[in-house]
Design a protein around this ligand. Structure first.
Ligand code: MN
Length: 227
């Protein structure tokens, strides 16, 4: 018998290719992890310590639709690799970090760029620009047993058939094991945590009716319609 005083919220999940669902506990997102994107956003691409923000687990959405959010006229796509953890802990060593990875998925870190820009200017948190409803379109998760670990390979986004972002995972300033190790110094990581690994250059606006196509070498393509 449960003593919950309201019905328990549903645990958000990401579908797994081949069947099953991966329950999501936390969503960490790295900022400026590709030098060319840092430069396009007006920042120095030097290897400073990484920084992270969070989305909410239930912002992830595998429906293939992205409803254009309210209160923004400048919603940008950011194509990213999602890293899903099957275990965690604190003080994880870089050399051991990949042992905690369950698999990988294509995803988008959709961003209300105008509201994020205002937040940056006023020193306020980013949630209003980053952690809104359905702001994390995601494709099926593929187990590492199928994909191997993903440290190189093309990561690209096209909008209505035109390539807008075109990078390579080997351009990531902070590699997947380094991100896991770094996060585990500040947070207790656990099974169900996911990391959005940063976006290459070429971010830009979408409009209702657009079709976004995410292509990451070794993963199934993800198509998302802006509605
Ligand atoms: Mn991002």
């Amino acid at each position: 018998m449960s003593d919950l005083v309201i019905p328990a919220p549903t645990v958000p999940t990401i579908p797994v290719a081949g069947g099953g669902a991966f329950p999501v506990r936390r969503v960490y997102c790295i900022g400026r992890n590709f030098a060319a994107h840092a430069i396009e956003m007006g920042h120095d691409p030097d290897r400073e310590p990484p920084f992270f923000f969070q989305k909410n687990p239930n912002n992830l959405d595998a429906s293939g639709e992205f409803p254009y959010p309210p209160h923004s006229n400048d919603v940008h796509h950011e194509v990213e690799l999602l890293v899903a953890l099957k275990s965690g802990g604190t003080g994880i060593k870089v050399a051991d970090a990949l042992d905690h990875v369950y698999g990988y998925a294509p995803c988008l870190d959709m961003t209300r760029r105008d509201l994020q820009g205002q937040a940056k200017k006023t020193g306020r948190p980013w949630e209003i620009g980053k952690a809104f409803e359905r702001s994390g379109p995601v494709g099926p998760l593929q187990p590492v047993s199928e994909t191997g670990h993903m440290d190189a390979g093309r990561i690209a986004l096209s909008v209505n058939g035109t390539i807008t972002q075109d990078g390579n995972l080997n351009q990531m300033i902070w590699k997947v094991p380094e991100m896991i190790a770094y996060l585990s110094e500040y947070f207790e990581l656990a099974a169900g945590d996911v990391i959005m690994a940063g976006t290459p250059s070429g971010v830009g606006p979408v409009e209702r009716g657009d079709t976004m196509l995410v292509q990451i070498d070794g993963l199934t393509d993800l198509t998302v319609k802006v509605t």
